[in-house]
Design a binder for this molecule. Structure first.
Ligand code: WTA
Length: 658
């Protein structure tokens, strides 16, 4: 664990303010008896069995709750269901038929409200269209769209016909899209002519064209018209088709009927790529039954969802938070969800607050990095709007510092809204450690306790549970329904990454401490994964992007603390002989990384160095680079091949820093 994480924790440990749930929230809570924790602990399978019956409509019930052949789990074996049926059909015919499922606002301010009855029509037609274009059960569909209703509709349409989707964040580069298409063998792509970002068009179709030129997999590409004349689009007549034309063709062919497929509980629902500490991003595989049970249940209990809530999760559907808490969890619960294409500061820094006032949002779920930006921008922006519709607010994606928590509570939550700080990961599928709004007394900066049925713990190097008051590695001992099933196409890497640090125990990659009352305090990653603005980026990916530049010999990347983004990227680069390492090259390399991965990966700091500190076995010692960047006296350097390298780097770093 880095020293800075431990230092931050020492400050946290003195945080002893407590916020109990109000008696009103407790009295009407979806879950009101804390005994549920103990019941679930004694018999987790019985707990999940009961929840699976309550939460989800199954075509056929399961005959076995869990099959656990470490580290491979199957849940609700023999059960069949359909995620799109649970998110749409079952709400579309009853009292929720005219209830808004999606309240969409585009960046330019255009709005669209889609009721559950309309969503059923849209999803059915889109699913029929995909079939018409040749998509079959089991085919992979890459979705590369802005935050527009078609993104949600596409995901649900894929789920309806049993075609696993892989959503690629619209901010990722053509290379990143091509890598993902190649890795999972996606034969179909759904994209748009463009998306709006701060008044400009993001050329999604151009990017997709560039990506498709790098793969032989793609047979058809469907293009949503989003920006219209603002983008000049090239259409390949054999491959590309406009979404509206494809739908019209489907109608003309009379093939619009598309009932939900009855899918096995373990049928793949989606593959979502995330960064790891080594190699290329990993395709995290989630299946249907367990994922739907846990995402819908956590959404209902953690946020204490009520029928009239307007739920707004500000994540992009390209990340797991968007999958689980914009699409599958909330829609399975028949909730009204806000979908927003834009950014918090466009056209002005009050955009989020104007959205909350306009759409009467009651539950707001965002990332600490956004909260820290809001704090810095000042209270005048939220003060412009009526935020009294809010009754509960949440955070996800990184640790929240107590100051930001208190600011969020007072300025956005009007000192009346409970805050749920939810810890989970792409791999866990759903929330794992979090308050339950109707039960839990919160402490600013703590994600509080593992959710019922989740057997999390904190262990030392040997895998032994640490006593209260201690810290170590966050692990999960027993399988949970929405856990990843494997890394797509690489069972071995799955075992190695998650289940081998401690045998047959899930290793999350996070450091954590537990206070005297058993509250969990997350400390950030303990591996070489950075968390920049609540987005995961692997140092290995960044380094390979840098060394792909012809002027670069070697590169090492570390995270440095940043007030707004949590961590920022710092790169140390050695250039090839004869190359002049100047400011222009530094700019060129930063742009090169942004182009290779996406703008979120652009290093904030880039330093040239004659050599990198390495162990005798040739491993780059990132720990020492972190010490340099954070101005610490460096620790043990005896394993270095050449200790003088470090003094050199330090003097260079400090010279350029000032
Ligand atoms: C971090 C996002 C502290 C953590 C859902 C984890 C958090 C990684 C929290 C997963 C939280 C997420 N407090 N840290 N409430 N939530 N993290 O896969 O380091 O994008 O391992 O999933 O984010 O990021 P991912």
């Amino acid at each position: 664990m880095s020293q800075s994480a431990t230092g931050a924790f020492d400050a946290l440990f003195h945080e002893n303010r407590k916020f109990p749930p109000s008696s009103e929230v407790t009295a009407h809570g979806n879950i009101s008896d804390p005994a549920i924790y103990e019941q679930a602990r004694q018999d987790p399978e019985a707990f999940w069995d009961a929840r699976a019956r309550e939460q989800i409509d199954w075509f056929h019930p399961w005959n076995q709750i869990l099959d656990w052949k470490p580290p491979f789990a199957k849940w609700f074996i023999g059960g069949t269901l359909n995620a799109s049926y649970n998110c749409v059909d079952r709400h579309a015919h009853g009292t929720r038929a005219n209830k808004p499922a999606i309240i969409f606002e585009g960046e330019p301010g255009d709005q669209r409200v889609i009721t559950y009855a309309q969503l059923l029509e849209e999803v059915t037609l889109a699913a029929a269209m995909l079939r018409h274009l040749g998509v079959q059960k089991g085919d992979k569909v890459a979705i590369y769209l802005p935050m527009i209703p078609e993104a949600v509709i596409s995901m649900l349409a894929c789920a309806r016909i049993g075609a696993p989707h892989t959503v690629v964040f619209g901010g990722f580069s053509p290379d990143s899209l091509a890598d993902r298409i190649n890795d999972c063998g996606a034969n179909f792509v759904i994209t748009a002519d463009g998306g709006w970002r701060r008044g400009k068009v993001v050329p999604l179709k151009d990017n997709a064209d560039e990506a498709m030129a790098k793969t032989d997999h793609v047979k058809r590409c469907v293009v949503v018209r989003r920006v219209g004349d603002a983008a000049a689009i090239h259409m390949d007549p054999d491959r590309d088709i406009w979404w509206h034309d494809a739908e019209a063709q489907t109608r003309a062919a009379g093939t619009t009927d598309c009932p939900p497929e009855q899918l096995d509980s373990e049928h793949p629902l989606f593959i979502l790529y995330t960064s790891g500490s080594t190699g290329k991003p990993k395709g995290i595989l989630h299946t249907t039954g367990g994922y739907m049970v846990q995402t819908s249940l956590t959404h209902k209990w953690v946020f204490d969802l009520k029928e009239n809530d307007v739920f707004w999760c500000t994540a992009d559907v390209g990340w797991v938070t968007g999958h689980s808490y914009i699409v599958y969890g909330p829609l399975a619960n028949g909730a009204t969800c806000v979908l927003f294409e834009g950014t918090p500061d466009y056209p002005d820094k009050d955009r989020f607050w104007s959205m909350i006032a306009k759409h009467k949002v009651t539950i707001f779920y965002t990332a600490p990095t956004a909260i820290r930006s809001f704090m810095r921008w000042g209270d005048e922006f939220p003060a412009r709007h009526d935020l009294t519709s809010l009754r509960l607010i949440g955070t996800v994606g990184e640790p929240i510092n107590p100051e930001a928590w208190i600011w969020y509570h007072q300025t956005i939550g009007g000192s009346r809204c409970p805050i749920v700080d939810t810890w989970w990961q792409t791999e866990t599928g759903g929330i794992m450690i979090s308050p339950i709004a109707s039960l839990t007394t919160t402490k600013p900066g703590s994600a509080t306790f593992p959710f019922p049925g989740i057997d999390a713990d904190i262990v030392d190097e040997q895998g032994d549970s640490v006593p209260l008051g201690g810290g170590g590695y966050l692990i999960v001992r027993k399988p949970w329904p929405s856990m990843l099933r494997t890394i797509w196409g690489d069972d071995e890497r799955y075992k190695q990454t998650y289940w081998s640090r401690f045998e047959n125990i899930y290793f999350a990659g996070d450091g954590c401490k537990r206070d005297a009352e058993g509250y969990y305090w997350l400390l950030g990653r303990v591996d070489d994964v950075l968390n920049v603005s609540a987005h995961r980026i692997g140092t290995a990916e960044l380094e390979s992007a840098l060394v792909s530049h012809p002027k670069v010999a070697e590169a090492a990347v570390i995270g440095i603390p940043d007030e707004i983004t949590g961590q920022a990227i710092a790169a140390f680069v050695t250039v090839r002989s004869g190359i002049v390492a100047d400011d222009a090259l530094a700019q060129e390399l930063r742009a090169h990384v942004a182009k290779a991965i996406g703008p979120i990966a652009r290093p904030k700091v880039l330093r040239f160095t004659a050599e990198l500190p390495k162990t005798r076995s040739g491993k780059i010692m990132r720990r020492l680079l972190r010490d340099v960047a954070e101005g610490r006296v460096t620790g043990d350097t005896t394993t270095l091949t050449d200790p003088s390298v470090l003094a050199e780097i330090r003097s260079q770093y400090e010279a350029t820093e000032g």
